[in-house]
Design a protein around this ligand. Structure first.
Ligand code: NAI
Length: 256
């Protein structure tokens, strides 16, 4: 098929966390276009229902499950639910996350622990539980994608706990790949630059304006630009990528 698009995610069953908004939502749409079957999860059930309608408008096959990724038992329930619905599981997108804007010296224990719980521990449990389930099912071309960040590679005084959690995601992606690849499961990460989603709503306009110039094209990224890369990472065409985190940052880190 010269010049055509080969949908290598066709009929793959993939779970997305944080699917109600931003990068998770756009990835749901792109994976649907690629023919994947989806289990959409988020803590925000109302927004999840809207995304489901959008997926169905494209002719997609998806179900939703309200999940708080801060609770590891809910991650397990989500994975069991996916297999109950579709009888199999090929992919897990550990993507749900929260942002942070608290100076280092003012960061309190509660906020610190919440960050670790949502942005870091959820990725570990998502990988471990989905990995175990795919092994149990005998899946030989499984893929786990974790959402890290450019901030996983640098520090920032105003979001130290966020950067720490994202650095942990980069590290867990490497260890997870080593642990799961012998069983047929690839583990990769995606590290977006600043992307126009709800997570940036708390950031002051002047800050966002200044951040545009930190990206080579002079503007913030769009969520679908990250989603295209995630779809590629779930496809067999990206099988040479394993254990690494792919920067989708329009050069942000290249000229830091
Ligand atoms: P978003 O705010 O649009 O989407 C995040 C989603 O996660 C929301 O739907 C939210 O309800 C959900 N969520 C939050 N806490 C949850 C919990 N405890 N359980 C289940 N779901 C929960 O933001 P965006 O940008 O789409 O974020 C997706 C991922 O991308 C996050 O991990 C974020 O850290 C990461 N990221 C975003 C960047 C950006 O500039 N937008 C840059 C780098 C990384």
């Amino acid at each position: 098929m010269i010049g055509g698009f080969i949908f290598m995610v066709k009929d793959k069953v993939i779970i997305i966390t944080g699917a109600a908004s931003g990068i998770g939502k756009e990835t749901a749409l792109k994976l649907t276009e690629g023919g994947a079957k989806l289990v959409l999860s988020d803590i925000n059930e109302d927004a999840l229902k809207t995304v489901l309608k959008d997926v169905e408008k494209l002719g997609g096959d998806a179900v939703i499950k309200k999940t708080d990724v801060a609770k590891k038992e809910e991650i397990q329930e989500l994975i069991d639910f996916a297999v109950e619905k579709f009888n199999t599981l090929h992919g897990m997108f550990n993507n749900a996350g929260i942002g942070a804007m608290t100076p280092f010296l003012e960061l309190g224990e509660e906020e610190y622990n919440q960050m670790v719980q949502i942005n870091q521990n959820s990725v570990f449990y998502g990988m471990q539980y989905a990995g175990k389930k795919m092994i149990e099912l005998g899946i030989k071309n499984g893929v786990i994608v974790n959402t890290a960040s450019i901030y996983g590679f640098v520090g920032a005084a105003g979001s130290s706990h966020y950067n720490m959690a994202k650095a942990a995601v980069v590290s867990l992606t490497k260890s997870g790949a080593q642990a799961l690849t012998p069983q047929g499961i690839r583990v990769v990460g995606v590290a977006p630059g600043f992307t126009k989603t709800a997570i940036l709503e708390a950031a002051p306009d002047e800050m966002l304006e200044a951040l545009k110039d930190a990206h080579m094209r002079g503007h913030l990224l769009e969520a679908d630009e990250i989603a295209y890369v995630v779809r590629f990472l779930f496809s067999d065409e990206s099988r040479a990528i394993n254990g690494s985190t792919v920067l989708c940052d329009d050069g942000f880190l290249a000229f830091k």
